[in-house]
Design a protein around this ligand. Structure first.
Ligand SMILES: [Zn+2]
Ligand SMILES: [Zn+2]
Length: 229
């Protein structure tokens, strides 16, 4: 090696040490999703963990590991990429509010990081199902919009004045507001309750429920119900 090559190597090493000194040490190994600093657990019970991720434009999450079937509900418009552990960063894909996806865990874990390559914060609810049922419930509440081995999704797009069909949940479910609007829920006996809901509001229900969902406001609304199988 020539003297010049030695000095280049030396300078490069110094730069690496300087960069490490200047910042908090980054974990080399992936973290569990619940321990990823931008992922915040907002509900946890024996059946589900609901995690809210807000990823600023240009930033990446740490590599993190999912160990369950899950549903992702984007709440903002941006573009993201996914990078699976030990693989190249994938192509950008659009994220739009209400464009939910039901993801099935293959194998025992899935490790990736997310990069927000768009102009707006990436705001998403991640619902993780702690128990995959041996024998799923055969009873569905409505048309299934998406599903995985653990849960079914019902999607209600409600124009102002619109009411859903009356339907029954025999299994626990999470109701999520994808848009803010005035939601009126009515039971078969006519009793009703009206809520002003905001985008990202959610509520866990673990009793049998029969109801309609109505939009009694003046703007369009979208509700996603995620029911355990
Ligand atoms: Zn993730
Ligand atoms: Zn319902």
């Amino acid at each position: 090696m020539t003297a010049k090559a030695y000095s280049v190597v030396f300078l490069f090493s110094s730069f690496i040490f300087a960069a490490q000194d200047a910042s908090t040490p980054m974990p080399v190994e992936p973290v569990l999703v619940e321990n990823e600093p931008l992922h915040h657990v907002v509900l946890k019970n024996e059946s589900v963990v609901v995690i809210h991720l807000t990823l600023p434009p240009g930033e990446r999450t740490l590599y993190h590991t999912h160990t369950h079937d899950r549903v992702a509900i984007p709440l903002s418009s941006t573009s993201i990429t996914q990078q699976v552990w030990n693989e190249k960063e994938g192509p950008p894909s659009r994220s739009e509010p209400g464009s939910f996806s039901a993801l099935t865990l293959a194998g025992s874990s899935y490790t990736h990081r997310v990069h927000n390559v768009g102009a707006n914060p990436y705001d998403v609810l991640d619902v993780e199902f702690l128990v995959r049922p041996q024998s799923p419930s055969p009873v569905t509440a409505a048309t299934v919009a998406a599903e995985n081995p653990s849960a079914r999704i019902y999607n209600w797009n409600l124009a102002p004045g619109a009411t859903s069909a009356m339907h029954t949940h025999v299994r626990p479910y999470l109701i999520v507001a994808v848009t803010g609007f005035t939601l009126k829920m009515t039971a078969p006996d006519g009793q009703s309750i009206t809520h002003e809901i905001k985008r990202g509001d959610f509520h866990w229900v673990d009793t049998k429920v029969t109801h309609t969902l109505a939009n009694v406001g003046s703007t369009g609304g979208q509700i996603v119900e995620i029911e355990l199988k």
